[in-house]
Design a protein around this ligand. Structure first.
Ligand code: COA
Length: 176
């Protein structure tokens, strides 16, 4: 499996990946019709310009992506050390094979090694997504609260969203 930084050319591949992931309920907080070209181009552009985006290629078909993790800065001075709203997904046909764990570790390792400007990585996972929450905890994310009734599921039930954070041990505070 090859893990690499995404490029602008990856937009159509990311669209295909996110469409496939969104078809499975209770994962990412986005329904299939909400996964649009605009959504993908927006997160790709923002991640490349002020954040970080790593993708994994299908070893049998390198033109296909099987996983993505991305996030970016919010554009405000007080938050300039924070990568927020980080999203991680693995293609449903490739889940449960350690790809999610590996790509997330590659992501955090890249930040710890080469991104002293990033002090904190934030994400939010729905309470029922235990698989994701356990994975985040196992690589060092801490649960930082509980946002009650934040997620409305397709069946009309509500659940809490769980904000989580990871701190870069090699963060260098920038006075400028
Ligand atoms: C959540 C997700 C990213 C995990 O990726 P994955 O490649 O399937 O997971 P991995 O095989 O790397 O497993 C990593 C950890 O996840 C957890 N996990 C994986 N499968 C699990 C299962 N069936 N039940 C419980 N925990 C599970 C375990 O903690 C596992 O740790 P281990 O390595 O010690 O076994 C992936 O399932 C996915 O994309 N889901 C849909 C989108 C989504 O929910 N994204 C997160 C939004 S917050």
């Amino acid at each position: 499996m090859r893990y690499r930084t995404a490029t602008e050319d990856d937009a159509p591949r990311l669209l295909k990946l996110y469409k496939a992931v969104s078809r499975v309920p209770d994962g990412i907080a986005r329904l299939e019709h909400e996964v649009t070209e605009e959504y993908v181009e927006n997160f790709l552009y923002n991640s490349l310009s002020s954040g970080l985006i790593i993708v994994a290629e299908n070893p049998d078909k390198p033109e296909e992506l099987v996983a993505d993790v991305h996030g970016y800065k919010m554009g405000l001075e007080v938050f300039k050390h924070v990568i927020s709203d980080v999203t991680l997904c693995v293609h449903p046909n490739f889940q449960g094979r350690k790809i999610g764990r590996t790509i997330l570790m590659v992501y955090l390792e890249e930040i710890a090694t080469n991104r002293p400007d990033i002090g904190k990585v934030e994400l939010i996972a729905r309470e029922g997504n235990l698989k994701a929450i356990q994975l985040y905890q196992s690589v060092g994310f801490l649960i930082e609260g509980r946002l009650e009734m934040r997620i409305r599921n397709v069946d009309g039930t509500y659940e809490a969203d769980i904000p989580m954070g990871w701190q870069n041990p090699n963060f260098e505070f920038d006075e400028a």
